[in-house]
Write a protein that binds this ligand. Sequence first.
Ligand SMILES: *Cc1c(COP(=O)(O)O)cnc(C)c1O
Length: 401
Amino acid sequence: MTYPASTGGILPSAHAAPVPADERSAIIDLEAIRHNVRRLAAAASPAQLMAVVKADAYGHGAVPVARAALEAGASWLGVAHISEALALRAAGIDAPLLAWLHTPESNFGAAVAAGVDIGCSGWELDRIVAAAREQERPARIHLKVDTGLGRNGATLDAWDHLVGEAVEYQDEGLLRVVGVFSHLAVADEPERPETDEQLAAFREVLAIAGDAGVDPEVRHLANTPATLSRPDTHFDLVRVGLGIYGLSPFDGQTSAELGLRPAMTVRTVVAHCKDVPEGQGVSYGLNYRTPGPSTLGLIPLGYADGVPRVATGGPVRVDGVTYPVVGRIAMDQMVIDLGNRGVSGGGRSLLGAEAELFGDGADGGPTADDWARAAGTNNYEIVTRISSRVPRRVINETPAP
Ligand SMILES: *Cc1c(COP(=O)(O)O)cnc(C)c1O
């Protein structure tokens, strides 16, 4: 594997020595991102695709992922915060871009000035209008309705009023209602009935908005699981996050079964390899003891790197074999039991060997799904929480010809 020599946590030496291989890295394959965007855009067609790149593109790096997604056919970008949207604009990305989670501290003026579309659940409207007046530029807004998730979005009771006010401001030229949207609660569990209820509510609010004179360019409801399993939720635009990173939103289906390729590989190298006697306790709490004479491998990643502390048993592949983490995961490190290798008696030491926590799973290797199971969480959290202490290494930066 080769890495670009330009970026990341290792400073180039003053003596122009060759850049050393990374001690730890999250390798981000932009060709996998492009593949997944093409796959999801085909599933969504004729609806357009918004690539959701909030939270630094679920830990993959917002700017390179946004560029790759646009290259592969995404026509919109989505983020939670206005600050995330402004960072994309500052990087020169001028695609349609929506931010939907605000506080009274959010910089609506900067959003209007940068041509960032603003999700509006109700209270934001007056602030958005004030920002439009101040910037002497109409705001672009997407009205958000809560069809059942119980988070952001106007309640169905408040919808009439919000739509009426927005139309008045639109008539005054202060804003344009570009979109109407809502978010699904249980699309990852296709057998549950609530998605149908949310869809019916969404159709109802669209009719109300239409009657009030709103004619949005884009009506959008679907996330990754709905994009893959519910064509009736696609409308004009789907908002896809998890899938573009190549991960499955469904418990019973793998990435490969969905035609997706996980884009992030987290790996490091073995930091210590030593023989220990039977009964050796391992890591804080001594919760694991070697069942016999054994060889321990030290893996220099821990919860400060974003490996969940609760994920004892999570897989690490070294030299083609996948081992479970034994004992507690610490801030900087964790341990695998390599079996009795007798390194002191001439057995091959694995010091410095590549250790992979998860990758694309193509060759039977460990996956983010495995770590999610070990941690009692979902794959979203596994990739998103990989911390800034793990340098991102982008590969396949330019599209294949
Ligand atoms: C995060 C988010 C998405 C993307 O969801 P995925 O399940 O990752 O596809 C879509 N819409 C909204 C409002 C979101 O917050």
